[in-house]
Design a protein around this ligand. Structure first.
Ligand code: HEM
Ligand SMILES: *[C@@H]1O[C@H](CO)[C@@H](O)[C@H](O)[C@H]1NC(C)=O
Ligand SMILES: *[C@@H]1O[C@H](CO)[C@@H](O)[C@H](O)[C@H]1NC(C)=O
Ligand SMILES: *[C@@H]1O[C@H](CO)[C@@H](O)[C@H](O)[C@H]1NC(C)=O
Ligand SMILES: *[C@@H]1O[C@H](CO)[C@@H](O)[C@H](O)[C@H]1NC(C)=O
Length: 355
């Protein structure tokens, strides 16, 4: 009896020691948390928030695997353009009048915008509110999409608040590098938001999922074929995009298009990366060693991806009483319906009324 009890105690100690090792290792790879964000942000106000998001997406992605790719990309666009404030979710007919401005946005999938709004409605049903911000929903949806597609699971710091207006077209172009970019250009874009070469290589690994339209890579086929592209691969792409301006799509990762794994880096090693922005990472000396490492070591890719995506998810976030919590992710709250007046305004009102 005594010996079995002490055996249990020893086992327990071993388990605890292992668990604390694991969490220490994770902690060492967690970027510093932005002020106002925390892993327990909705613990009191909407404890079931994360399971509601996950359960919804598990069913939705089972029906439409493309939704996972679309949600991961939305979080990226949200964060790169004016910070992770859910502004990418806002309808904006004004910005769309600029045809160019619409280009990067046009290929964001409507199914993903709808999924985020559907989740938002479920959260409001469960927790009242609005309590959970659209920017947080986008971050959680991207996280769950990565996992549901076979990638790593990671904790998301929460507490982002939603921006009040969409970004102007010029800001979208200043923030999102085009797929024709080489590594020098990509690093210049990423440096504006404190992301480095390792972040670039790991985050681009999200192109292990999803699709692209011909317009995003046709400059590598016409008028002359990009010599850095594998000839067989170029031939395949020309079947999909036989000339300029064809409205057709192909998968980003020819090996495992719907699985979040490290095969994208194997594509690059075989000169079968789709965009210049992908393939040049295997040419440029600043990124090539990391590409090669991730191609042979999926755990190393997952580890860096988690670190970099959590970092990306904290770019210029609004917290505290900045911004608002939207009641509809595609539109700012109506002024009369604005739940959060800044405290300073409330204090002024209180003083005026001599409360
Ligand atoms: C670093 C520079 C990047 C460039 C130049 C770039 C460019 C693009 C382009 C042109 C497309 C295809 C759009 C289309 O034609 O339909 C695309 C798709 C995609 N991108 Fe990126 N991207 C970059 C970084 C990222 C990052 C950081 C992520 C996420 C962490 C990401 C996730 C995705 C996903 C998942 C898709 C597929 C979307 C779908 O199937 O709906 N990309 N990207
Ligand atoms: C982005 O695209 C979505 C759906 O395609 C659209 O509803 C939204 O208004 C667009 N937003 C901007 C800022 O153009
Ligand atoms: C990268 O692209 C920029 C802009 O197109 C160009 O000026 C530069 O020469 C390119 N750098 C390399 C190393 O190819
Ligand atoms: C679109 O791509 C498919 C598959 O590669 C191809 O069979 C089809 O002919 C392409 N459509 C056009 C309009 O080129
Ligand atoms: C077709 O593609 C070319 C080259 O990218 C571009 O200059 C032209 O404006 C496009 N035409 C249409 C109708 O989109």
């Amino acid at each position: 009896m005594a010996s079995s009890a002490s055996a249990v105690r020893v086992l327990l100690l071993v388990v605890l020691a292992l668990a604390s090792c694991a969490s220490a290792a994770t902690a060492a790879r967690t970027p510093t948390l932005a002020n106002g964000l925390s892993f327990e942000f909705y613990k009191a106000t909407c404890p079931q928030a994360e399971s509601i998001v996950f359960n919804f997406l598990r069913d939705a992605i089972r029906k439409d695997v493309g939704l996972a790719a679309a949600l991961v990309r939305i979080h990226f666009h949200d964060c790169f353009v004016q910070g992770c404030d859910g502004s990418v979710l806002l309808d904006d007919t004004a910005t769309q009048t600029s045809e160019k401005a619409a280009i990067p946005n046009q290929t964001l999938r409507p199914t993903a915008f709808k999924a985020i709004n559907d989740v938002r409605a479920l959260l409001q049903q469960a927790c009242g509110g609005p309590v959970v911000s659209c920017a947080d929903i986008a971050a959680l949806a991207a996280r769950d999409s990565v996992q549901l597609a076979g990638g790593p699971h990671y904790a998301v710091p929460l507490g982002r608040r939603d921006g009040l207006a969409p970004a102007p077209a010029k800001d979208i172009f200043a923030a999102l590098p085009p797929p024709t970019s080489n590594v020098t250009t990509l690093l210049r874009f990423l440096a504006q938001i404190s992301l480095d070469a390792d972040d670039l290589v790991a985050l681009s690994g999200a192109h292990t999922l999803g699709i692209a339209h011909c317009v995003s890579f046709e400059e590598r086929l016409f008028p002359t074929q990009d010599p850095t592209m594998d000839k067989w691969f170029a031939g395949q792409l020309k079947l999909t995009c036989p000339a300029l301006n064809i409205t057709n799509t192909t998968v980003n990762d020819i090996r495992t298009p719907n699985v979040f794994d490290n095969k994208y880096y194997l594509d690059l090693l075989n000169r079968q990366g789709l965009f210049t922005s992908d393939q040049d990472m295997h040419t440029d000396a600043r990124t090539k060693p990391t590409v090669t490492r991730f191609a042979v070591d999926q755990a190393a890719f997952f580890d860096q991806f988690v670190f970099s995506v959590v970092k990306m998810g904290q770019i210029n976030v609004l917290t505290g009483n900045q911004g608002q919590i939207r009641t509809d992710c595609s539109a700012p709250n109506a002024a009369s319906n604005n739940d959060e007046l800044p405290w300073s305004v409330l204090e002024t009102v209180a003083e005026t009324l001599a409360l």
